[in-house]
Ligand binder design. Structure first.
Ligand code: FAD
Ligand code: MLT
Ligand code: ZN
Length: 475
């Protein structure tokens, strides 16, 4: 399936032998998995669009074990696929051929939490939702949140530089990750697990690993700065008559909500159709061409409510918004968020999903969706637009009954060319992984690509870490 759609040849790595298995059994006793049934889940991605054929899954518990595994793989020239929660969207988390899967699932210990600064230090395999619970009990929140929180690992989040639903407020992991520990391809442990806010001693090496998608090293631990838990959280779910009103509502709320604005997400009517139809969720507002979800997070409920009411009055009276609902109760807030967070789940129940994750100038964010609807016509089941509008990030998704080369041909390279013309990014937050490795050139100049190849060669001279991922295949 994978190799037909994405032509790629196996590179001359070694094949796992009985002696390798024995060596791994000594490094991680009882955690060397060869059972094909268990391996099945680790060989296929969340979207079920790519599948590898690995025969070996290793589950280390410590950095030292990761180091020993990589040292062995390096010596033996065995390719390795680091894997967290396997929720990645670009096929980076599963092997392409028979790469050894190195899972962080058992590296799930919190190492420390500092109550004063909010600095969390933990192993890479901690599940994001577990970390959220841990820090929330102590009066803090994780600086990132995403629909995959119940499964994704913090190491995977850092490896993909995940954006998500709190990006607007707390910014990128490039700012909130204070330090990390990574094991290099040859087994060297690089301890940059600093907890300092400021540290300008030499090059900031940790940044190289943030967003490197497992191609430069295996992240084994991270230290991350958690902001204080907001005392008051409100969510407004609103219907807008057009995309221009979505944009004007955004400008209005930036002005009127100011520092308490913590998320501005949007979805179109087709997204609402999908979540109500496939997931049986109920729309809380009248049917509209567009919906926006606005979250405010502040320190005093009364103050926030006053601001939110002023804002709502203005957008309703001016016709920017035609209907809306507001929640402050935790369960109601969660129910409103589900409408937006679960779109990807609804899409995957609709058929084969062609997924694009683009950064575009906000004013033109929806033009491509309209354009593609006309271009694809009845060949597509649905063409939808949703995403992190406040960050200029569009999720453009197309579904068809089954994979269709003709739909793909109409989408690519058209979508990438369109994006490059706008000086946008062909991957705003999901990374390139396996499926998008060939399109890096639409968003970066040849000199940048060349430097990336050189960095890869320096850190992983044998190319054993996540081969076939992130960087385009070399001639
Ligand atoms: P995996 O999927 O296991 O791996 C992802 C990549 O990182 C792979 O290349 C893998 O090799 C590498 N990797 C994993 N762990 C390590 C490690 N310890 N060291 C080195 N490399 C490693 N993304 C967003 O940015 N924003 C969103 O809002 C968002 N929402 C999502 C919602 C849903 C429902 C789903 C399914 C996914 C969503 N994603 C989103 C995709 C996102 O990339 C992942 O959810 C998450 O960041 C990946 O974490 P993971 O542990 O599952 O990593
Ligand atoms: C989202 O924002 O919902 C995620 O990035 C997942 C997706 O794009 O499907
Ligand atoms: Zn997203």
């Amino acid at each position: 399936l994978t190799r037909e759609r994405y032509p790629v040849r196996r590179l001359p790595f070694s094949v796992v032998s009985g002696e390798d298995l024995a060596a791994f059994e000594r490094i991680v006793p009882g955690r060397v998995i060869t059972d094909p049934e268990v391996l099945e889940a680790s060989n296929v991605d969340w979207l079920r669009t790519v599948r590898g054929s690995s025969v070996l899954l290793l589950r280390p518990r410590t950095t030292e074990e990761v180091s020993h595994i990589l040292r062995h793989c390096h010596e033996r020239n065995l390719a390795v696929n680091p894997q967290g929660g396997n929720t990645g969207m670009v096929g980076g988390s599963v092997p392409v051929f028979d790469e050894v899967i190195l899972s962080t699932a058992l590296m799930n210990q919190v190492i420390s939490f500092h109550d004063m600064s909010g600095t969390l230090v933990c192993q890479a395999g901690c599940v994001l939702e577990d970390l959220s619970r841990h820090v929330e009990e102590r009066g803090f929140v994780m600086p990132l949140d995403l629909g995959a929180k119940g499964s994704c690992h913090i190491g995977g989040n850092v490896a993909t530089n995940a954006g998500g639903l709190r990006f607007l407020r707390y910014g990128s992991l490039h700012g909130t990750v204070l330090g990390l520990e990574a094991v290099l391809a040859d087994g060297t442990v690089l301890n940059c697990l600093s907890t300092l806010r400021k540290d300008n001693t030499g090059y900031d090496l940790k940044q190289l690993f943030i967003g490197s998608e497992g191609t430069l090293g295996v992240i084994t631990a991270v230290s991350i700065l958690c902001p204080p838990k907001p005392r008051a959280v409100s969510v407004a779910f609103l219907g807008c008559p057009g995309f221009s009103e979505v944009l004007q509502t955004f400008s209005t709320c930036k002005g009127l909500l100011g520092e308490i604005l913590s998320a501005y997400e949007f979805m179109d009517a087709e997204c609402m159709w999908l979540v109500t139809r496939h997931l049986r969720l109920t729309s809380p507002v009248q049917e509209s061409p567009f919906y926006v979800l606005i979250e405010t997070s502040g320190s005093r409920a009364g103050h926030d409510a006053e601001k939110l009411n002023d804002f709502l009055e203005q957008v309703l009276s001016s016709g920017l918004v035609t209907d809306g609902t507001v929640a402050t109760d935790h369960m109601k807030v969660k129910a409103l968020w589900a409408l937006r967070e679960r779109i990807s789940e609804a899409l995957s129940r609709d058929g084969y999903v062609y997924k694009y994750d683009l950064s575009l100038p906000t004013e033109r964010l929806y033009d491509l969706v309209t354009d593609l609807r006309a271009r694809l016509g009845p060949r597509a089941k649905h063409v939808v637009g949703y995403g992190h509008l406040g960050d200029g990030n569009l999720h453009l998704n197309v579904t068809s009954e089954a994979f269709s080369p003709s739909v793909l041909g109409a989408l690519e390279p058209y979508v990438y060319e369109w994006t490059a013309e706008q000086q946008g990014s062909v991957s705003a937050e999901h990374g390139l992984g396996f499926k998008k490795r060939g399109v890096l050139g639409y968003s970066k100049p040849p000199e940048a690509l060349h430097l990336m190849q050189q960095l890869k060669a320096l850190l992983d001279p044998k190319g054993i870490l996540n081969p076939y991922k992130t960087l385009p295949a070399q001639a």
